[in-house]
Design a protein around this ligand. Structure first.
Ligand SMILES: Nc1ncnc2c1ncn2[C@@H]1O[C@H](COP(=O)(O)OP(=O)(O)O)[C@@H](O)[C@H]1O
Ligand SMILES: O=P(O)(O)OC[C@H]1O[C@](O)(COP(=O)(O)O)[C@@H](O)[C@@H]1O
Length: 326
């Protein structure tokens, strides 16, 4: 069972434009769609779509459209009731898949609500194989919240502690790398930009996200610097260039033939779900990476925040190359 934690869920509203985004102009939308979103929510949606067991943990009023959407798509969840509505994130997609996103900050949660959410997560995670801590933190949260959650999950586990995956950005991602092993993630899922930030903090020579995305060998070296700081594995997604996986034992690149991208919203979350799905089947690291990229490519070819089921993915089309990581 895979538990996901989304402190800052969103109603994802995707507006399809008839042509390129024109700043400062009035444009008419071709179509609009809405889905329950947020990184952990998307991972749960993708796992459930493939018949896996997943539980999403999130805040939200019972009547909130994000929770209604989860009920409608039969995604199991537990929620901490809050008074404020959850946020709406807007994605503008252009023909060809170029996606512009505007993410709201989300409702602030006070210290008591944060503690209640943490307790709910710890209780819901008993016996879980993985806990995925994903997305931004709403206003009011300390940046090191994910490290605190990891420590609590490990110290309160009855038997084997769950593995912990983190997919975030900015200060909460940087603070997920802790001094003590108790708070360290087993898996990190940065995109190229996030990898650049993480690697710089781990002492890797400065490189931009664009540079790392264009050069998978450099991305693997950057991810290796992060692994040396104590993270179990880094799955770094590189947009249309695929993804690299670096563990203590090796480094691999996976690429998928080009797809007609429609909306890249949820591609990273789907990639993480693909990795976890294959991991749960006992696949070798390179095959977990293969399924991650197959899921990511399928998600990019689907509209809005739609996540693929495994039977919509093409892992056999993915090419795996072993890389040096130093
Ligand atoms: N334009 C694209 N064409 C094909 N696959 C894509 C495209 N964009 C994303 N992907 C797939 O989705 C995965 C995650 O995308 P990425 O943009 O790196 O993550 P994030 O959504 O977290 O920023 C990639 O590893 C790749 O498999
Ligand atoms: O919490 P953040 O960083 O604002 O991100 C939330 C947004 O990211 C998403 O989870 C999509 O993420 P990816 O495109 O990285 O897979 C959306 O569903 C959501 O609107």
């Amino acid at each position: 069972m895979i538990v996901t934690f989304t402190a800052n869920p969103s109603l994802d509203r995707t507006v399809a434009l008839p042509g390129p985004l024109e700043r400062g102009e009035v444009q008419r939308a071709v179509s609009v769609r809405q889905e329950s979103g947020g990184k952990g929510v998307n991972v749960s949606r993708a796992l459930v779509a493939s018949g896996l067991e997943s539980l999403a943990v999130l805040p939200g009023a019972d009547s909130d459209p994000v929770l209604a959407g989860l009920r409608e798509s039969a995604v199991p969840f537990v929620s901490l009731p809050i008074d404020e509505p959850l946020r709406t994130n807007v994605a503008l997609t252009e023909p060809g898949g170029v996606t512009t996103k505007i993410n709201e900050p989300g409702p602030a949660l006070d210290g008591n609500q944060q503690e209640a959410l943490l307790k709910l997560l710890v209780e819901s995670s008993r016996g879980a194989g993985w806990v995925v801590l994903a997305g931004s933190l709403p206003p009011g949260f300390p940046a090191d919240f994910y490290a605190t959650v990891a420590q609590r999950l490990r110290s309160s586990a009855d038997g084997a502690a769950p593995r912990i995956a983190v997919d975030s950005s900015g200060p909460p991602l940087a603070a997920a790398l802790t001094d003590g092993a108790e708070g360290m993630p087993d898996l990190l899922k940065p995109n190229a930009e996030e990898l650049a930030e993480l690697a710089a903090a781990a002492g890797f020579p400065p490189a931009s996200g664009d540079e790392l995305e264009a050069d998978p060998t450099a991305a693997a070296a950057a991810a290796a610097a992060v692994v040396r700081s104590g993270v179990g594995a880094v799955l770094a997604t590189l947009g249309s260039k695929g993804a690299v996986l670096v563990t203590a034992d090796g480094a691999w690149l996976a690429t998928h033939p080009p797809v007609a991208a429609v909306s890249t919203v949820g591609a990273g979350d789907s990639a993480l779900a693909g990795y976890l799905l294959a991991h749960g089947r006992g696949a070798a690291p390179a095959d977990c990476l293969r399924q991650a990229v197959a899921h990511g490519a399928a998600a990019a070819s689907l509209p809005g925040s739609t996540v693929p089921a495994v039977n919509q993915t093409t892992p056999d089309a993915v090419t795996i190359t072993a890389l040096r990581k130093d």
